[in-house]
Design a protein around this ligand. Structure first.
Ligand code: ZN
Length: 150
């Protein structure tokens, strides 16, 4: 087992203290809210989708360090991507935080998201780490009338 301090690596703590893209977006074209009842994490994700690209993305909310840091890193990583690219990154991230280390995707493909690899050893934290991604997914799917409960 990793030490708990491995989970709270410095980058995660930095993003928790000073989250990136942490603000509302009055002219967002998409918006979704997410809630993780297990931990009490709440998040609203805002998007500006143009030419099938995520031109702007931001979030607001409150929650634990993992949920906030994950949302912060996510907004950095998905900005400029197409919804399809963001979706495939979500799949990789989900594998990262749910699979044992030997089955996790290549760290090179994950960039800064790789700091969350320790989450896989703390199953109760998986929902914290993926909340922002589920909420982003809801925002991207909103036009099709799909609602998720995450
Ligand atoms: Zn949490």
């Amino acid at each position: 087992m990793s030490e708990l301090s491995d989970l709270y690596q410095e980058l995660i703590l930095d993003h928790n203290r000073q989250p990136h893209n942490f603000h509302g977006m009055p002219d967002a074209t998409r918006k979704a809210e997410g809630y993780n009842p297990l931990c009490g994490d709440q998040i609203t994700v805002y998007l500006k989708l143009d030419n099938n690209r995520i031109q702007e993305v931001s979030f607001e909310g409150k929650g634990c360090a993992i949920s906030k840091a994950s949302a912060s890193v996510m907004t950095d990583e998905v900005k400029g991507k197409t919804p399809l690219e963001a979706g495939s990154l979500f799949e990789k991230f989900r594998e990262l935080v749910t699979q044992p280390k030997e089955d996790q995707p290549d760290k090179d493909e994950l960039g800064r998201l790789a700091v969350f690899s320790g989450v896989s050893e703390f199953p109760a934290r998986v929902k914290c780490a993926t909340l922002a991604w589920h909420t982003l997914h809801s925002a991207l799917e909103a036009q099709k009338g799909v609602t998720t409960t995450e």
